[in-house]
Design a protein around this ligand. Structure first.
Ligand code: 13P
Length: 288
C-alpha cells in the first residue's frame, strides 16, 4: 500500500473513539519494528520524523525512499502516513518535495498572526497535493531537538483561528510535555481540552508527549476528541535499556566477529513491544 495522508485514519479514529499512534523513527531498525508491529496488529500508524532525525538519516529524501521501499518489501497493507514532526516552515517544503504524505507546521512560537499566515499558505499547498497538515497552538513543553517549550495551555480562541484555516488536525497544548514528566507534574488540563474541543468542533486533536501519561488520562483525552498521540521518548528508553542489557551480559562479544545486526536486535524487539503496548492503550488494534 502506498503512503496515505493521515486525514482518513484520524477521522475514523475520532469517530470510533480511539487514537492512532505516531511513533517517531530514527533509523532503519525503528522503522522496520514499527511497520511490522502495525501490520501484525492490523493497526493504522503514523511514522513521525523530526527535523533532527531527518538530518541524521541523511535527509528527508532518504527517509521517504526507505519507508516507501520498506512498505513494499515487507508487504505492509495497513495505512501508513509519513509525517514531519514539529516542522519549520522551510522543513515543511523540503518534506513535501521529498514525498512525505503528512506534515506538521509548528508555528506555535510565532505571534498568532504569523502562525495564521504561514499555516494558511501551507493549508492551500497540502490541499492541492492531498497531504494532511497538523498545526500547533500553545507550545508543548520539554525539549525536542533543541526546541524547549514550557508546557503551555493553548488559548481556545487561537485554536479556533487556526482550525478554521482548514488544517487536518490540531495539536493544542494542554499541559503536556515532551520527554519524561517531572514528579510534580499537575497532569493534563482537561478543562483546556474540553474548551478547545468546544471551539474547534470535529477537528481531530493531537496529543504530543505521549510518553509517561497515565493510561486513565490517555483514555479521557481520547474521549474528549484526541485522535492522534505522539510517542518518541518511550521507544528511546526501551531501545536503550534492551541494548544496554545485551552489552552488559557480554552477548555482543560472543561468537565470531562483531555483528551489528545482532547488537541491534534486542532494541528492535523492545521497540515492537513498546509500540504494541501503546496501540493497546490507544485502541487502534484491528482498526486498519
Ligand atoms: P515523547 O518524546 O514525550 O514521547 O513525545 C513525542 C512527541 O510528542 C513527538 O512530537
Amino acid at each position: 500500500m502506498a503512503l496515505v495522508s493521515a486525514k482518513e485514519m484520524l477521522e475514523k479514529a475520532r469517530d470510533g473513539k480511539y487514537a492512532v499512534g505516531q511513533f517517531n523513527i530514527n533509523n532503519l531498525e525503528w522503522t522496520k519494528s514499527i511497520l511490522q508491529t502495525a501490520e501484525e496488529l492490523k493497526s493504522p500508524v503514523i511514522l513521525g520524523v523530526s527535523e533532527g532525525a531527518g538530518k541524521y538519516m541523511t535527509g528527508f529524501k532518504t527517509v521517504a525512499a526507505m519507508v516507501k521501499a520498506m512498505i513494499e518489501c515487507l508487504n505492509i497493507t495497513v495505512p501508513v502516513a509519513l509525517h514531519l514532526d514539529h516542522g519549520t516552515y522551510e522543513g515543511c517544503y523540503k518534506c513535501i518535495e521529498a514525498g512525505f504524505s503528512s506534515i506538521m507546521f509548528d508555528g506555535s512560537h510565532f505571534p498568532i498572526d504569523e502562525n495564521v499566515a504561514k499555516t494558511k499558505e501551507l493549508v492551500a499547498v497540502c490541499k492541492k497535493l492531498g497531504l494532511s497538515l497538523e498545526a500547533e497552538v500553545g507550545a508543548i513543553g520539554g525539549e525536542e531537538d533543541g526546541v524547549i517549550g514550557k508546557g503551555e495551555c493553548a488559548d481556545p480562541e487561537e485554536c479556533k483561528k487556526i482550525a478554521d484555516l482548514g488544517v487536518t488536525m490540531l495539536a493544542a497544548g494542554i499541559g503536556n510535555i515532551h520527554g519524561k514528566y517531572p514528579a510534580d507534574w499537575p497532569g493534563l488540563s482537561f478543562e483546556t481540552l474540553a474548551a478547545v474541543k468546544a471551539k474547534v468542533g470535529n477537528m481531530p486533536l493531537v496529543l504530543h508527549g505521549g510518553t509517561g501519561i497515565p493510561t486513565d488520562m490517555i483514555k479521557k483525552a481520547i474521549s474528549l476528541g484526541v485522535a492522534k498521540i505522539n510517542v518518541n521518548t518511550e521507544c528511546q528508553l526501551s531501545f536503550q535499556a534492551a541494548t544496554r542489557k545485551y552489552i552488559e551480559e557480554g552477548k555482543d562479544l560472543q561468537g565470531k566477529g562483531f555483528d551489528p545486526r545482532k547488537l541491534l536486535a534486542p532494541g528492535a524487539q523492545a521497540i515492537k513491544d513498546t509500540v504494541k503496548e501503546k496501540m493497546e492503550i490507544f485502541g487502534s488494534i484491528g482498526k486498519a
